[in-house]
Design a protein around this ligand. Structure first.
Ligand code: NAD
Ligand code: ZN
Ligand code: ZN
Length: 346
């Protein structure tokens, strides 16, 4: 089968032929419908050897949906059958530590021992015709959702869902939530905020096309990124600032905008991994602002995201490409030319 393989650090992946894997005891073989193309993959390709604790090679694709092809010996579970459409929950923990036991495998306490974050991040992922998932517990049934269009739910939606959910108690009517960077994660964050709370939603991006997409996704206001962005957000909020700033970029200028646009007692939540710095000392942040850097989301939250999608309240904007074009699609993502999320289809 064809697979998109990371074979060396700081190099583009190779589109290669590899054998179709066989599911071992407890494992599930997924026939891939689509794999989302996440900006994190660009970081994985750019960061030098030793940054991530993964061995090479492995197949990319940590945002995967497909159909159950074969349940390995002992993997049969009530509620899952061959042919069912499923999402693959991405962060693969040990399954038994206290974090995993409550479904928060994104914070597995044995992550260091495991040495891979999940399929597509150290273990073989979904940019292939087939993929092995180590346990049926890592599958979320999709019902009648089209798995190609649903693939981004596992990361582009789950990550901002987890991030936003932490702040919902503050996002009362009259409050404002800002999403900086309305690409794959950000355009879902806008939809999630509109579905989950009464806050006014402000989208911020460098690109006018991305802001148009955000407006289509329900953003109440669109603000061009840059020097004047924080001031514009202050004006929109009657001088108070935003109750939540969700930074889906995480670079120096976006973090500076976040700090300058936030209200007292606000949440500045950084999911973007661009590596910028936010100074924390008296005078750099509003009083009692909380800064957090959440990672991905939990298994129960993925089921909640799917429930939202099944009622039509969130819908990823998807551009579909053939798997063989992976490197061209990564280049388009790097150049800012993907609207919403690209999905590679084998
Ligand atoms: P993307 O490329 O689809 O979207 C990024 C968006 O940010 C684009 O619309 C781009 O125009 C915009 N942008 C770039 N620089 C900007 C700036 N200075 N000001 C305003 N907007 C700017 O990327 P994505 O797949 O949505 O991922 C976003 C970030 O989130 C990446 O760093 C990725 O690695 C990270 N990520 C983190 C987690 C997590 O669990 N914390 C999960 C997934 C992705
Ligand atoms: Zn990702
Ligand atoms: Zn664990």
């Amino acid at each position: 089968m064809t697979a998109v393989r990371m074979t060396a650090w700081q190099k583009s992946p190779e589109v290669a032929r590899v054998p179709v894997p066989e599911p071992g005891p407890g494992e599930v073989l997924i026939k891939v419908a689509g794999a989302g193309v996440c900006h994190s993959d660009l970081h994985v390709m750019e960061w030098p050897a030793g940054t991530l604790p993964y061995g090479l090679p492995f197949t990319l694709g940590h945002e995967t949906a497909g159909w159950i092809h074969t349940l390995g010996p002992g993997a049969r579970t009530a509620g899952l059958d061959e042919g069912d459409a499923v999402l693959v929950y991405g962060p693969w923990g040990c399954g038994v530590c206290p974090s995993c036991a409550r479904g928060a495998e994104n914070y597995c306490r044995r992550a260091a021992e495991i040495g891979a974050a999940g399929g597509g991040l150290g273990a073989d992922g979904g940019m292939a015709e087939y993929m092995i998932v180590p346990s049926p517990r890592l599958l979320t049934p999709l019902g009648d959702l089209d798995p190609r269009r649903a693939a981004p739910l596992t990361d582009a939606a789950l990550t901002p869902y987890h991030a936003v959910k932490r702040s919902l108690h503050r996002l009362v009517p009259g409050s404002t939530a800002v999403v900086i960077g309305v690409g794959g994660l950000g355009h879902m964050a806008v939809q999630l905020l509109k579905a989950l709370c009464a806050a006014e939603v402000v989208a911020v991006d460098l690109s006018a096309e991305k802001l148009d997409l955000a407006a289509g996704a329900g953003a109440d206001h669109c603000v061009p990124a840059g020097e004047g962005a924080a001031e514009q957000i202050r004006e929109l909020t009657g001088g108070l600032g935003a109750t939540l700033v969700l930074d889906c970029v995480g670079a120096d200028p976006t973090l500076a905008t976040a700090a300058a646009a936030a209200a007292p007692e606000s949440d500045i939540t950084v999911v973007g991994l661009a590596g910028g710095t936010l100074p924390v000392r008296y005078g750099t942040l509003p009083w009692e602002a909380s800064v957090s850097i959440p990672y991905w989301g939990t298994r129960p939250e993925l089921a909640e995201v799917v429930a939202l999608a099944r009622t039509g309240r969130i819908r990823p904007h998807v551009e579909v490409f053939p798997l063989q074009e992976a490197n061209e699609v990564y280049q388009r993502l790097r150049d800012g030319l993907i609207a919403g999320r690209a999905v590679l289809v084998p």
